[in-house]
Design a protein around this ligand. Structure first.
Ligand SMILES: [Zn+2]
Length: 299
């Protein structure tokens, strides 16, 4: 029984992932890793609770503390042959810059879309090569996942990514420190999650984002889903109407100020970075979720 379930989940995962880069008449994804990837959604909240050690630079952000109505729209798991160009048109029309956490094997399949993303001034970031759960993998495999993606982004666009987001938000504290050291990556999670991978409804996506976005928010969504892109005109216009200004994640991080209470006449205490404490909201999942990250105890 269990074995049958495992086979079922495995098959579903394969189907789900094959849709990520899939397109009419598209060649099958090339040179995937030996391990078949799980579904591309990002439903598991990250272990964002571990603060940076005292004296250590901050490496992980779920949101930023900024002086002003600045926010970052982020789009994961693409590029997608139809949905990403459609989204790019919407962003261009509005003069909005966003951040794309791309899957390396999709980026390799659609280099022309990757180039367009970069040429239009958006930020491109590393979301692994084939979307596995990195927290369960050893250093060699994780290196392969991140390095290949780093290379395809750099070689295609001429710009090396500065940030990464682990699939499912699943990355151990050790991995975060190590990825920061090895590639200089900041680890980017999110504080607004419309669950667009699960609830394929444009109105829902729009209303969650409009309701939950605050100054400094990092908004998670996926440019592989048509309903997410359908939601974007009203979402982007609604956010703009509320006075929000769109920046890339790296621009948002550059504005980040530690939210420290100011005690009188004493040096600023080294409090744990407050933004690291804001774990993304848990996904109350009606579908079988992918395995939970080892460190993702906090819901
Ligand atoms: Zn993802």
């Amino acid at each position: 029984m269990f074995a049958r379930m495992v086979r079922f989940v495995f098959a579903i995962s394969l189907i789900a992932f094959s849709l990520v880069c899939a397109a009419p008449n598209a060649p099958s994804p090339t040179a995937a890793t030996a391990n078949p990837p799980p579904a591309p959604a990002t439903p598991v909240p990250a272990d964002a609770s571990a603060p940076a050690s005292p004296g250590q630079p901050k490496t992980t952000y779920s949101q930023c503390h900024v002086e002003g109505p600045f926010i970052a729209m982020t789009f994961d798991d693409g590029p997608h042959i139809e949905n990403t160009p459609r989204l790019l048109d919407m962003l261009k029309e509005r003069g909005i810059k966003a951040t794309f956490f791309v899957v390396g094997q999709c980026a390799a399949e659609y280099p022309q879309i990757l180039k367009r993303i970069a040429e239009e001034g958006h930020e491109i970031a590393n979301h692994s090569w084939s979307h596995p759960q990195l927290s369960k993998m050893g250093e060699g495999s994780v290196t392969d996942q991140l390095q290949r993606t780093h290379d395809v982004i750099t070689q295609t666009t001429g710009i090396a990514p500065k940030i990464m987001r682990p699939p499912y938000g699943a990355f151990t504290p050790n991995q975060r420190g190590w990825a920061n050291h090895k590639w200089g990556y900041k680890i980017i999670l999110w504080d607004v999650d419309p669950l667009d991978w699960k609830i394929r409804n444009a109105d829902h996506v729009k209303s969650v984002i409009l309701k939950e976005t605050v100054n400094g928010s990092i908004i998670l969504s996926h440019d592989i889903h048509k309903t997410t892109i359908d939601a974007m005109p009203a979402t982007l216009d609604g956010l703009a109407a509320k006075g929000f200004k769109f920046v890339t994640v790296s621009e948002l991080i550059a504005m980040d100020k530690p939210a420290t209470p100011k005690p009188k006449a004493s040096p600023a205490p080294k409090t744990p970075a407050a933004t690291d404490e804001a774990a993304p909201k848990p996904a109350a999942s009606a579908t079988p979720p992918p395995p939970v990250a080892a460190g993702a105890a906090k819901k």
